[in-house]
Ligand binder design. Structure first.
Ligand SMILES: [Zn+2]
Length: 491
């Protein structure tokens, strides 16, 4: 029986989907104005592991992850959604591109990064700018039901009208309403400082907004035809409703979304739809760097590109690059609800462990085997316990070191890899099969061979001989043939 920790109840609950064996899963995606750092990518991978686990357990998962390409202001994460600059416009000004071009550029980078980390594609990946009509429809309903009000500057959700406002964040509404801990209120007509904007009119601080739409039926004294742009929170509510329905099974995001973004999503969706929005709320913890919050200004907001271009010393003073799978393996080692601490040394340990893991799997014979039932049961038990992937990985290791039949080990590990996603399926048992170095999955050997080829090209035969010995010490044989260097594993 699958158990999931639900932020709404702060309890481990048995999972019961709305429709039998089907899961409606919404994941809050990135605001595409900048390259995502590895902390954000970890959040994406945690959702990927949960989705893969659900599929492994036999659920048919409809997984939606959005792109926010309008309306996310820099104040949003400070608990004040109505102040600051639009992140997309900030990106556009910085790079001399249009907001649309900025979105295209950073979506491309994001998708390259997630692909490199073997994160599966969502079933749908809506862009907020394509759902403005649906957002307007929801806002209109909220106005009609008196949950929202219009000022000359914006349309706001009246937090005092929604009695369950703090159900998710377990805060005290009275405290919110008295204005504790909120930022500047730039609109004098706003009723309570915690009321949040559903729609900003193209006026005041936003009079030069680059991305705006008409909003017929809603009038502001300061703009014609309600022209403006949506607030960030309404985007997820509208896209989730459009693609998954009024009530969904799982909604996931980083823990920073609990106090404001997800709290506001619940208020808007439940007030306008009149039914429960989400049955299970899941939140992933953050990645720290050197024990501290990741920070661009301190140079620790690493991108995947920065990680893979970093050289690491393994042994014999050999320098090799990190690979995206090293980072994936590193992330597999901590539970989604735990903080994880990134250091270069920790990533290096993960790299060594992963190569070791991969090599053990590759050395298993490709004969047809059977799934080892006892291990599969243990693996399922681990992921059914609120997706305990680190334990699942430990079970895979235990199996590799066990006395089970070699071909059965292989069959079972490849089955586990549907969840772990280490790309083991494509790996080959090279045995005595002679390969070109580029087909070798072992990066360490590949690099040694490359260095040896260079030495031979420079006629530095002493060095090339030393390198050959190093390669042999790792259990591989190189052969120089007319078609170039070939490699095979020693028996
Ligand atoms: Zn969201």
């Amino acid at each position: 029986m699958l158990k999931i920790y639900n932020t709404l109840t702060k309890k481990l609950e048995s999972f019961k989907p709305i429709e039998d064996k089907k899961v409606r899963f919404y994941h809050c995606g990135p605001t595409v104005y900048w390259t995502q750092h590895i902390g954000n990518l970890r959040g994406m991978m945690m959702a990927d592991l949960i989705r893969r686990s659900l599929e492994y357990l036999g659920y048919d998962v409809n997984f939606v992850r959005n792109y926010t390409d309008v309306g996310h202001l820099t104040g949003d994460n400070l608990g004040d959604a109505d102040t600051g600059e639009d992140k997309m416009e900030k990106g556009a000004l910085r790079e001399g591109l249009t907001p649309d071009e900025i979105a295209d550029k950073y979506i491309r980078i994001f998708e390259n990064d997630t692909k490199a980390l073997n994160i599966e594609e969502p079933n749908k990946k809506p862009r907020a700018t394509q759902y403005v009509k649906q957002m307007q429809k929801m806002i209109t309903t909220l106005i009609e039901k008196s949950y929202a009000y219009v000022t000359p500057k914006a349309v706001y959700f009246d937090v005092s009208k929604f009695s369950n406002y703090n159900e998710l964040n377990h805060q005290n509404l009275e405290l919110n309403l008295s204005g504790a801990g909120t930022g500047d209120v730039s609109d004098a007509n706003k009723k309570h400082s915690v009321d949040f904007a559903l729609w900003f009119f193209k006026t005041g601080a936003h009079q030069n907004a680059l991305q705006t739409w008409e909003f017929l039926g809603v009038t502001s004294e300061e703009v014609e035809n309600g022209r403006g742009f949506p607030g960030w929170h309404i985007e997820c509510s509208a896209m989730s409703k459009a693609l998954l329905g009024d009530t969904i099974d799982i909604h996931m995001g980083g823990i920073e979304h609990i106090p404001v973004h997800h709290t506001n999503e619940i208020a808007q969706s439940e007030a306008s739809n009149g039914v429960k929005f989400v049955n299970y709320w899941l939140h992933n913890e953050h990645l720290n760097v050197n024990g501290k919050k990741m920070s661009k200004s301190e140079g620790t907001g690493y991108s995947l590109q920065e990680v893979v271009s970093k050289k690491v010393e393994i042994k014999n003073r050999m320098f090799v690059n990190f690979e995206p799978f090293d980072l994936r393996y590193f992330f597999l080692n901590s539970h989604y609800r735990s903080k994880q601490n990134f250091t270069w040394d920790a990533l290096k340990d993960a790299k060594i462990a992963r190569e070791n893991f991969d090599e053990r799997v590759w050395s298993l014979p490709e004969r047809k085997g059977n799934i080892v039932k006892s291990y599969k049961e243990k693996f399922i038990k681990a992921i059914e316990n609120d997706f305990n992937i680190p334990q699942g990985l430990a079970i895979a290791w235990e199996l590799l070191k066990s006395k089970e039949k070699e071909e059965d080990k292989r069959e079972t590990i490849l089955d586990f890899d549907k969840v772990l996603g280490l790309g083991l399926k494509g790996s080959q048992n090279i045995g005595r099969k002679i390969l070109e170095p580029k087909h070798l999955k072992n990066i360490k050997i590949r690099n040694l061979i490359k260095e040896r080829d260079e030495a031979r090209l420079n006629k530095d035969f002493r060095k090339s001989d030393e390198l050959r010995k190093l390669i042999e010490a790792e259990g591989y044989i190189v052969e120089d043939t007319k078609e170039g260097t070939k490699v095979y594993k020693k028996e």
